[in-house]
Design a protein around this ligand. Structure first.
Ligand code: PLP
Ligand code: SF4
Length: 345
């Protein structure tokens, strides 16, 4: 861990030089990586026999300290903790959960780090890095080292987007695209500016929620100057993921003119109640974010303990719809390989 004394408490410059990493990059490096350290921070040492070292080796624990601060001390069932803790449950072999690529990413590959599944949209796997490693993530088995567009200097992905006039929207995804330095993102959007058929830009990111410090002056300046309407699709699964700092980051994003949406995954033990889903929608809206999708879990190896059966998912979704304003009800969907869009349940 980097000693606290080296951390600058002053505002980070908008364009930090490589010798002077941005504040968020320093916080990124200080993320908790040891499951036992995480448990001891929360006074939950007793849970350590449920941790799987093998699961943590295959897909390491990673969680920013600010996100840990939003977990409830002494609560073994904390919904934020459950999203990040590598448990023995992940090592169980469960029928139906053997896949490493449940959503057909390999078949949709249209170039290095470029996925094209749906009409008009091209998804750029900009990077494999995330500030937090979510245990339920369907991309936990994705071959990021070879398959990311930034690594290939964007070139192959850009050529393929430029050559296909049906692509109106580029989606920056990953991993988490905002884990790239703003200068790297600007390099990409400068190149995209020259492609006349692009009408929208979308960013899929969990960073403003898990490490709100990422939303710094440089990022906001870059966003505000983009030539297209921008949608930022966030990812929060529980109301407790929001706090005052997240609110401030989201207000900053809205200030650039971006449309803020949220996608959540329906997760056993995290948000599998009408109460939790209601609070998530209401808290998102209070932060200026509209619910977009509630995803049924993608069935990849190691995530079976998070699954909520379809029947129950429908009933929870109906319960939510009966309680909140129509615009606070996300669409309940599943991704099915080969479909023309996310499939409503
Ligand atoms: C989910 C996804 C999209 C976006 O779908 P929307 O329904 O427009 O949100 C685009 N491309 C790929 C490859 C996707 O997986
Ligand atoms: S931030 Fe998104 S891509 Fe990264 S591990 Fe979590 S769910 Fe997966």
């Amino acid at each position: 861990m980097i000693p606290a004394a080296t951390v600058s408490l002053h505002a980070s410059p908008a364009h930090p030089t490589p010798l002077q990493p941005a504040h968020w990059q320093q916080l990124w490096r200080q993320a908790v990586r040891d499951p036992r350290e995480l448990l001891s921070m929360l006074g939950l040492e007793a849970l350590s026999d449920r941790i799987s070292d093998e699961a943590a080796t295959r897909f390491p624990l990673r969680v920013p300290r600010g996100f840990v601060a939003r977990m409830r001390k002494g609560d073994a069932r904390d919904p934020l903790l459950r999203q990040v803790l590598p448990l023995n449950d992940e090592m169980r072999m469960v029928p139906g959960f053997e896949s490493l690529d449940a959503v057909g990413d390999a078949a949709a590959r249209a170039g290095t780090g470029l996925l094209q599944k749906y009409r008009g949209r091209a998804l750029l796997v900009a990077t494999g890095s995330c500030a937090v490693n979510c245990r339920y993530c369907f991309r936990r088995h994705y071959p990021y080292a070879e398959e990311n567009a930034a690594r290939a200097g964007w070139r192959e992905a850009l050529e393929s987007i430029a050559a296909d006039a049906s692509v109106e929207e580029v989606i920056l995804s990953g991993g988490d695209p905002l884990s790239l330095a703003t200068s790297k993102l600007a390099e990409l959007t400068e190149a995209l500016r020259g492609i006349p058929h692009l009408k929208r830009l979308r960013i899929h990111t969990r960073l403003p929620v898990v490490l709100p410090e990422r939303v710094d002056a440089g990022l906001l300046e870059w966003l505000a100057r983009l030539p297209w309407p921008v949608a930022v699709v966030l990812h929060a699964n529980h109301a407790n993921e929001f706090d005052a700092q997240v609110d401030a980051a989201l207000a900053g994003l809205r200030g650039t003119g971006a449309q803020l949406l949220n996608q959540a995954v329906l997760l056993r033990g995290v948000n599998d109640s009408v109460e939790a889903l209601t609070e998530l929608s209401e808290r998102s809206f209070a932060a200026g974010v509209l619910p977009y999708y509630l995803h049924q879990l993608d069935r990849v190896a190691g995530v079976a303990h998070f699954e909520v059966p379809d029947q129950e998912a429908r009933s929870l979704h109906a319960g939510l719809a009966a309680r909140v304003s129509g615009y606070l009800v996300p669409r309940l969907v599943r991704e099915v390989a080969g479909d023309t869009g996310k499939r409503p349940l």
